[in-house]
Write a protein that binds this ligand. Structure first.
Ligand code: ZN
Length: 482
């Protein structure tokens, strides 16, 4: 029988707030010595009291609005009770039945076909401490405990690994556009959990036994674990077996899932309202104010680049992939407007030469020395005939290295295009004299060889000759010989 996977994802995203979720400790703990970003609250000391971080609530609502979620009038925090050494209080403050948002969606683009993936809820909780197991001992670093953690729960509406991958990329892109999460998976800022079941292809049934895979710390781990689990369940079902409901972990090194706990041991978290925190009343004007703060999001930006600026879908996608790149491009276009430089010409330079050099030097857009306002210089200088397109690429490379102005580089290196008819004519005559054989072939009827002669003239001028003029002069000189 043919099966179709049913995949739901839970994404945990650390919020970029200055302080932790319920105390004043700095949430920027990356690289800090262990257990230095701690206080009685995040250490879980008896008698300490939590205080809600307003910025974290705002970031969560902002994210929920970007995912078209409904924001209820009331929300509350609940205690999720379980015992694990990384949980300082013996419970996690999370949200159970009254989350900050519900019922949204995100649009993914799977090879040109767009699809809405439902977002069940976006809620807020706190991160746990971090355990290290070494030399037969377990060590704990509490710096991470209490860092605001947003949980984005999708509906089980993805039906291929590719859809799950695209959904995750889109989520990360939007979080980075909003500036609420770094999306840095190497530092654990974004983690995944996947729910996977299989159903007969064509069925609408959602009652199949789901397997949950936890601890997926990268996009790659999520993709590999999901692929592995689909294959494992397919094998069981094809052999007439039954998939057990269980929670699994992912062993990255061995590329396999393993059982963490089976249904019989499933935890009862004994959720109950957090008695130390008030219920949150979410005023409508607060939501409206946050809505007004939403930046132009990737889909809108991409659409604008296509419809208003005439970019290809491909160029628009690569330019809007990162907010910083899109902002860079917008600034370049703005600077080009005043000088009559077309947005498409600027896109060509950005997606072509700039991306190539960034890739070669492993540079982020923030480290690029060419200011966006300098980009329109190149297409402007090419269309004015000051430099050829080939020379422009060399100039661009110099600009990338030094941040110098295009004109300064052209002047310093004497790269300006030779459009002096007399000077070029002399070079053409010299080249023809030095190439008697091709000239003879041309006169014998092989007219395509004129291109070779043009190439020789360009070479003799180190590419600086005005190519249109060279074409003209070569044709003229040859026709005179006939
Ligand atoms: Zn603290």
């Amino acid at each position: 029988m043919e099966f179709e996977p049913v995949i739901g994802l839970e994404v945990h995203a650390q919020l970029l707030t200055a302080s932790k979720m319920f105390c004043g400790c700095s949430a920027d703990y990356a690289g800090a010595p262990p257990n230095t970003h701690v206080c009685p609250v995040c250490l879980g000391m008896p008698g300490s009291l939590p205080v809600i971080n307003r910025a974290a609530v705002e970031y969560t609502i902002l994210t929920a609005l970007a995912f078209h979620c409904a924001i209820p009038e009331f929300a509350k925090f609940d205690r999720k009770n379980y015992h694990y050494p990384d949980l300082m209080k013996g419970y996690q403050i999370s949200q159970y039945d009254l989350p900050l948002s519900r019922d949204g969606y995100v649009v993914i683009d799977d090879a040109g076909a767009t699809k809405r993936i439902g977002i069940r809820r976006v809620h807020l909780e706190e991160d746990t401490a971090k355990l290290f197991h070494a030399d037969g001992a377990s060590l704990i670093d509490v710096n991470r405990a209490g860092v605001p953690l947003m949980e984005i729960v999708s509906e089980p509406e993805m039906h291929s690994v590719e859809e799950a991958r695209l959904y995750s990329i889109k989520l990360r892109q939007i979080l980075r556009y909003l500036g609420v999460c770094s999306g840095d998976m190497e530092k654990g800022a974004m983690r995944f959990e996947a729910n996977i079941s299989l159903r007969p292809k064509g069925s609408r049934d959602l009652s199949q036994t789901r397997v949950e895979i936890k601890n997926l710390n990268s996009l790659r781990a999520m993709v590999h674990a999901t692929e592995f689990e689909i294959a494992r369940q397919t094998k069981i079902l094809n052999a007439g077996g039954r998939v057990e409901q269980e929670t699994m972990g992912w062993d990255e090194a061995r590329n396999t899932t393993y059982t963490q706990r089976s249904k019989e041991e499933a935890h009862d978290y004994r959720y109950f309202p957090e008695p130390d925190l008030p219920r949150l009343q979410i005023a409508r004007d607060w939501v409206a104010e946050l809505g007004a703060r939403l930046p132009e999001l990737p889909d809108e930006k991409r659409e604008r680049l296509i419809s208003a600026l005439g970019l290809s879908a491909y160029d628009a996608s690569v330019i809007t992939a990162e907010r910083e790149v899109a902002a860079y491009y917008d600034r370049a276009v703005e600077a080009g407007k005043a000088r009559g430089v077309d947005a498409k010409a600027i896109a060509n330079w950005v997606t072509g030469e700039l991306f190539r050099l960034m890739k070669e030097t492993n540079a982020e857009i923030g480290a690029v020395k060419i200011a966006p306002e300098q980009i329109p210089d190149l297409p402007a200088l090419v269309s004015a005939g000051t430099i050829s397109n080939t020379i422009a690429k060399n100039v661009f490379e110099e600009m990338f290295k030094s941040g110098q102005d295009a004109r300064a580089i052209i002047a310093a290196k004497g790269l300006a295009q030779i459009s002096d008819r007399g000077a070029l004519q002399a070079i053409v005559e010299k080249v023809l004299a030095e190439n008697p054989k091709p000239v003879a072939e041309y006169l014998g009827g092989k007219e395509t060889i004129a291109r070779f002669l043009v190439g020789q003239v360009m070479k003799a001028t180190k590419g600086q000759a005005n190519p249109g003029m060279v074409n003209e002069l070569v044709a003229e000189a040859l026709s005179k010989m006939k």
